[in-house]
Structures are given as structure tokens and as C-alpha cells.
Ligand binder design. Structure first.
Ligand code: GTP
Ligand code: MG
Length: 446
């Protein structure tokens, strides 16, 4: 996971100052030295680091901190605010044209993730915003580029506009727009060709496509793993083409995060989305504040809730809630719920969004638990219908049978039974707690 080193270091530094009842200038200086090192090590642009430290230092020894009752926490608040500001302050939304279709042009270097991101964005627009996007294959150079987009289109069950590779991208864009209007598509996503380096020919062609397609957004797709290079690429593309935003991909890899923290201040371009994996739902809108919160170990509960809302079937959630109320929640429901949680993405990522998760050593090894989950699934599937509804009937010989059937052990079966009991108890408490409160979605796993 990206930012791990940075998050660790910053969180350790913050822990030292958090509880302090008094913060001296020397304390702040000491802390800033560590923050500076942490940022530089994360490959954040040198000048960006310098400015950042200057701003935080000024504020940290200023009135707002020294006069506060909890100066330690106040300093952390300052760091968080400045970190948020660094990444762009308020989150920026995706444009909506008042004369549809809204046109989004994807540009970037070879292998940055343009084609994948085109598919991900279209998926997001449909899933979350109820839009009807058209994908446009305008990369006529790389062999199989068109095929790649068409395959994505098939996976998503979404139309792809293509005229083969013998027609110029400008003409493809022109025809695609006509087609989109005729078919009432409200978004058009144009996937363009990548180059190894920025070159005149590529830029000329992109300018021509831009002139004809009049895009509402030009997203530069950059690979977070390329660190400072990503920042330079963003700078050049912006100067030559005029971007409206950046999509930072491969943030799931072990990038140190420097690009995410430098791009905005160096280029003034907002990061609008981040790519977090190869799958077509591995994309998130970029919220600087939430990202700062994650980096500082304060969690990102909002994203977690949104993930739940997009990926958990609302009908089923309601049904579950009802079952919880009436305490008729069974192992079958439990299985289904596991499935829904898994839809939200790798557990490891979800846990990373919980406040303080970084500090809990046990949680860090959660990858292992994916295996445990399959065990849980196997155990439940080995139960009879009666056992699933009535776990009380479970005796030693039944447990033995289930352990054997699921390829696990009696201990594991026991553990699951215990967890299930605990969970039911917790649900009862939650439903009593939420009584009288305003109605909202409740999920036992949160
Ligand atoms: N881990 C990870 N891989 C990604 C992400 N985005 C894209 N990829 C992978 O990166 C590789 C290149 O992605 P493409 O979408 O083909 O990149 P492109 O910019 O269209 O490449 P060209 O068309 O050759 O210029 C593929 O293997 C993708 O699966 C991401 O967010 N995370
Ligand atoms: Mg491509």
C-alpha cells in the first residue's frame, strides 16, 4: 500500500507530540525535522517540502497553538490542514457539460493506465452517477490497443466506438461525437495513444483532437510509481495541452507517495481520481482531506461508508437490518454479508481506512485473513440447513463433521461459532442503540 513509510514516520512523530500539554519552539523544531525527513524520503519535491515545513512551523509556534488547551493536538491539526492544502484543498468534481455529451479526453505516457482508467471512469460514471458513457478507441498506433478497449467494453457491457486503425484520431473523435449525440450518450471518454516520451507529433495530434472534441475535461493519467517523473510529466503536458486534472494510477503499489503530494503544488493541477488496482472498480475520487487523514492515521471513514453504499445492495442491506432487529440472522446471512464486504475490495484496504489502523500491529497482517475468510466460508457451507439456523444444536460430532467437510479444524469451527454468537450480541446492542435515532444504513461490520 502506498504511503506506508510516510504514514508510519509521520504517525510516530505525531504520537510524540500528541499528548503534550505544552509545546515549545524546540519541540516544534524537532518535530519539523522529522516531518521534513519523512516527506523527502517519500520522494516529495524538495521545494514543496521546504514550503510546507515553513508554513507548518509558522503556524505551530503561533497563537492558535500556544494558546490552545491541547497544543499537542493543535499542532497535529495544523499538519493535517496543511497536508490537505498541499494536495489541493477542497475536492474537485468531474465536469458536467450543460450541452451533453460531456467529453473527457484521456492523455498520458505509455503504460500509465489511460485505457484501464477510461474503463474505470466509465464504470464509475454509470454505477455511481447513473450516466450512459460511450468509450472511444482513438489509439490507432499500438497494436491491439483498440482490442483492449473493446474487451473492457465487453466486460462492462458498455459500447465502444471504433473505426479501426486506418482512420485518424481526429476523424474518430468527430464521428464518435456524432454517434454519441444520436445515441444519447451523456459522457464520451476518449482513450488516446501513449508515447514513451513527450514528443511533438503526439502533442500535435492531441491538440487536433482537443480542437475538434472540445473536451470538458482533459485528464492526464500518470503512474504514481514514477515519483518525481510523474510531476515533470504533468508539468509538461499541462503547459503544452492545458489539463483540467490528473488521475494518479497504481497507488496500490509500493509507491512512496511523493507524486501525490507534489503534483498539485508544482503544477496547480488537481488530482481528481486515483487508481488503486487493475480491476475495473479500483478507482476512487481523490479527496485531499481524507487522504491527509489516512496518512496521519486518522482513518477515512467517509470513503468506507461510500464504498459500502455503492457496493452493498441496498435491498439486501434493508433485509439484513430487519433480520438483525428480529434476531433471526443466520449463518446464511452471515455468508452473504461476507460476500458483500468482499465486493468492497481487499480487506487490507478497508482496514487501512479505519482510524488508528496503521498502529495496530495485528491488523497489518490482514492479508493472511483473506485465507481465514475462505475458511469461514467453507465451514458455513459444510453446515446443514438446520445447523445454519440453529447453531445451538451443534455438538461435538457435528463440529467434527463440519471441520472435516471444510478441511479445517474443530478449533476453527468453535471460533467461528463463538464469533457468530458475539456478533449477534453486538447486533442486539446496535439495534437498541440506534432505536429512536434517525434512520440510516447500518452494517454490522462497521
Ligand atoms: N496495480 C495497478 N495497475 C494498474 C492501474 N492502472 C493501470 N494498471 C495496469 O497498468 C498496465 C497499463 O495500463 P493501460 O491502461 O494499458 O495503460 P495505457 O496508458 O493505456 O498504455 P498505452 O496505451 O500503451 O499507452 C496494465 O497492466 C494495467 O492493468 C492501477 O491503478 N493499479
Ligand atoms: Mg492504452
Amino acid at each position: 500500500m502506498a504511503f506506508e513509510g510516510l504514514a508510519d514516520r509521520l504517525q510516530n512523530t505525531m504520537a510524540k507530540i500528541r499528548g503534550k500539554g505544552k509545546v515549545s519552539e524546540a519541540d516544534v523544531k524537532e518535530m519539523m525535522r522529522e516531518v521534513r525527513l519523512a516527506l523527502l524520503e517519500a520522494d516529495v519535491n524538495f521545494k514543496v517540502v521546504k514550503d510546507f515545513i515553513k508554513r507548518v512551523s509558522e503556524r505551530a509556534v503561533g497563537q492558535e497553538v500556544m494558546k490552545s488547551l491541547t497544543p499537542g493536538q493543535q499542532v497535529i491539526k495544523v499538519v493535517k490542514e496543511e497536508l490537505t492544502e498541499l494536495m489541493g484543498g477542497e475536492q474537485s468534481k468531474i465536469a458536467v457539460s450543460n450541452r451533453p455529451p460531456t467529453v473527457i479526453m484521456m492523455v498520458g505516457l505509455q503504460g500509465a493506465g489511460k485505457t484501464t482508467t477510461t474503463g474505470k471512469l466509465a464504470n464509475l460514471l454509470r454505477k455511481k452517477h447513473n450516466r450512459k458513457p460511450l468509450l472511444v478507441a482513438a489509439d490507432i498506433y499500438r497494436p491491439a490497443a483498440i482490442k483492449q478497449l473493446e474487451t473492457l467494453g465487453k466486460q462492462l457491457d458498455m459500447p465502444v466506438f471504433s473505426l479501426g486503425d486506418q482512420v485518424s484520431p481526429v476523424e474518430i473523435a468527430t464521428k464518435a461525437l456524432e454517434h454519441a449525440k444520436a445515441e444519447h450518450h451523456d459522457y464520451v471518454l476518449i482513450d488516446t495513444a501513449g508515447r514513451l516520451h513527450i514528443d511533438d507529433h503526439l502533442m500535435e495530434e492531441l491538440e487536433q483532437v482537443k480542437a475538434i472534441a472540445k473536451p470538458d475535461e482533459i485528464f492526464l493519467v500518470v503512474d504514481a510509481m514514477t515519483g518525481q517523473d510523474a510531476v515533470n510529466v504533468a508539468k509538461s503536458f499541462n503547459e503544452l495541452l492545458g489539463l483540467t486534472g490528473v488521475v494518479l494510477t497504481k497507488l496500490d503499489g509500493d509507491t512512496r507517495g511523493g507524486a501525490a503530494l507534489s503534483i498539485r503544488s508544482v503544477t496547480e493541477m488537481p488530482i481528481k481520481f486515483v487508481g488503486l488496482g487493475e480491476k475495473l472498480d479500483a478507482i476512487e475520487a481523490f479527496h485531499p482531506e481524507r487522504m491527509a487523514s489516512r496518512i496521519l492515521g486518522m482513518g477515512d471513514v467517509l470513503t468506507l461508508i461510500e464504498k459500502a453504499q455503492t457496493n452493498v445492495d441496498a435491498e439486501k442491506a434493508k433485509e439484513l437490518e430487519q433480520k438483525m432487529r428480529t434476531a433471526s440472522f443466520t449463518f446464511d446471512d452471515f455468508l452473504e454479508q461476507l460476500g458483500q464486504v468482499r465486493n468492497m475490495g481487499p480487506l487490507e484496504d478497508l482496514i487501512g481506512m479505519l482510524p488508528g489502523a496503521n498502529k495496530m500491529k495485528g491488523l497489518k497482517n490482514l492479508q493472511v485473513d483473506e485465507k481465514q475468510i475462505s475458511h469461514v466460508e467453507a465451514i458455513i457451507k459444510s453446515m446443514t440447513a438446520a445447523e445454519k439456523i440453529n447453531p445451538e444444536m451443534m455438538n461435538a460430532s457435528r463440529k467434527k463433521r463440519i471441520a472435516k467437510g471444510s478441511g479445517t479444524s474443530v478449533q476453527e469451527v468453535n471460533r467461528l461459532l463463538k464469533q457468530f454468537e458475539d456478533m449477534k450480541k453486538m447486533m442486539k446492542q446496535m439495534t437498541t442503540m440506534s432505536k429512536g435515532k434517525k434512520k440510516g444504513m447500518k452494517f454490522p461490520f462497521m
